[in-house]
Design a protein around this ligand. Structure first.
Ligand SMILES: Nc1ncnc2c1ncn2[C@@H]1O[C@H](COP(=O)(O)OP(=O)(O)O)[C@@H](O)[C@H]1O
Ligand SMILES: [Mg+2]
Length: 394
């Protein structure tokens, strides 16, 4: 009101105002105008002020959203059109001029990047409109992520339940197949080569299904670690001795380089599943390779204050394009793979407070291991110093 009275008086007395006062007043107006612009530029919302022909102002956020080059105002819609790169959104604003407000709508831009905007139009005087634009893109993305995380978690629980249910009938099938085999051996059932073959297939497939279910359950289940203080060298030797027959059958030469290292806290059986998975992967990758060698190294890494267990193989190596996928669930390049092996390894090592690293000659020109080794998986287990694991042991 005050402002209006001031202007009315000012206009009435315009002819009586001397040059000095006129200059002062214009300066005052200009400084106010600048302040308002700065306030508008400071807002998180995009603001565009326009009438049916001209755009009077676009604040900084609206310029960012429209991907507009800075221009001088006022400017016609047709002229600004040459300086705006968010074409679809601009078209929409262009169409809304001269329309009656207020109204609001959501706009989804489906270019290379999907963007979401909420637009609100108000007519502030007879012909001037204000458009408010909120960029909702990151909020929407976050919502999508949260939704998909939640649905993945729900799906996992559901699937784990089903997997568990399948295990019972599966062991019944397994048991009865064994009974048929016994019946044949004892002469109670008639034997035939076809029947033997069918039984073999059933046994193979049930065992495969069982492996898939076990892997799946391992990858989804939460587990309390049962920690014991162990000598990693002795631990590795005991696991490797289990693999000896498999190394021999596949003609694999296995070497060890065991460093002098301190004991660490591990969950004996749980960590074993991780090491076994890594060894199995090495064996698989060696099968189609001419040189068949595995090297197991243990050492202390000062920088990480951790015990390292390194499994090196002379297998086919890992391609650069697959490198980032190998730990993802269900990613496999093997005909009979479940793609859960490394997912489980990752989970187990993380739950031990450790880390896992992978390197391959195919990815890294400076692969630090000598021929014939092509791939190295390294597990780092924190030593008891400075780890949280200590407090959770008895
Ligand atoms: N030692 C290795 N050498 C080469 N490739 C490997 C090795 N270990 C894992 N991989 C690659 O990572 C993929 C995923 O491994 P994993 O999660 O254990 O699933 P799976 O063994 O069922 O395929 C494998 O299919 C293979 O392509
Ligand atoms: Mg595997």
């Amino acid at each position: 009101m005050k402002q209006k009275k001031f202007f009315e008086k000012f206009l009435q007395n315009l002819s009586k105002i001397d040059e000095y006062n006129l200059k002062n007043i214009i300066e005052l107006l200009e400084s106010e105008r600048r302040t308002f612009r700065e306030v508008l530029d400071w807002l998180n919302e995009g603001i565009i002020v326009f009438d049916k022909d001209n755009i009077f102002f676009i604040n900084r956020e609206a310029q960012r959203i429209l991907r507009a080059v800075p221009v001088a105002f006022p400017i016609t819609f047709a002229e600004l059109d040459k300086h705006v790169y968010n074409r679809d959104l601009y078209k929409l604003i262009d169409q809304s001029r001269g329309t009656e407000g207020p109204y609001s709508f959501t706009f989804q831009n489906t270019g290379d990047i999907v963007e979401y905007y909420e637009l609100e139009l108000s007519v502030i005087s007879n012909s001037v409109s204000i458009m408010k634009i909120c960029d909702m893109t990151s909020q929407k993305q976050l919502e999508f992520q949260l939704n998909s995380l939640e649905s993945i978690a729900a799906l996992n629980t559901l699937a784990a339940g089903i997997a568990h249910e399948i295990k019972n009938p599966l062991s019944a099938i397994d048991l009865h197949t064994q009974l048929i085999q016994k019946g044949i051996e004892k002469g109670m059932l008639k034997s035939s080569p076809e029947l033997d073959r069918f039984i073999e297939i059933i046994k193979e497939e049930t065992s495969r299904l069982n492996n898939i279910l076990n892997d799946f359950l391992l990858s989804t289940r939460r587990r309390e670690l049962k920690l014991s203080f162990e000598d990693v060298n002795e631990y590795m030797k005991s696991i490797l001795s289990l693999f000896q027959p498999e190394f021999e059958i596949n003609g694999i030469e296995m070497d060890t380089e065991l460093g002098s290292i301190q004991k660490v806290f591990i969950d004996h059986d749980y960590l074993k599943q991780a090491i076994v998975n890594l060894l199995k992967n090495s064996i698989e990758s060696i099968k189609s390779s001419e040189t068949k060698k595995i090297l197991i190294r243990t050492f202390y890494n000062i920088a990480k204050d951790a015990i390292g267990i390194e499994i090196l193989d002379s297998g086919v190596g890992i391609d650069k394009k697959d490198f980032h996928k190998i730990f993802e669930p269900y990613y496999t390049t093997r005909e009979n793979g479940t793609g859960l092996g490394l997912t489980i390894v990752y989970k187990i090592i993380k739950e031990h407070g450790g880390e896992i690293a992978v390197d391959s000659r195919k990815i890294n020109e400076k692969f630090r291991h000598p021929e014939p080794y092509n791939t190295a998986f390294t597990v780092y287990l924190p030593t008891n110093r400075g780890t949280k694991l200590l407090t959770s042991t008895d």
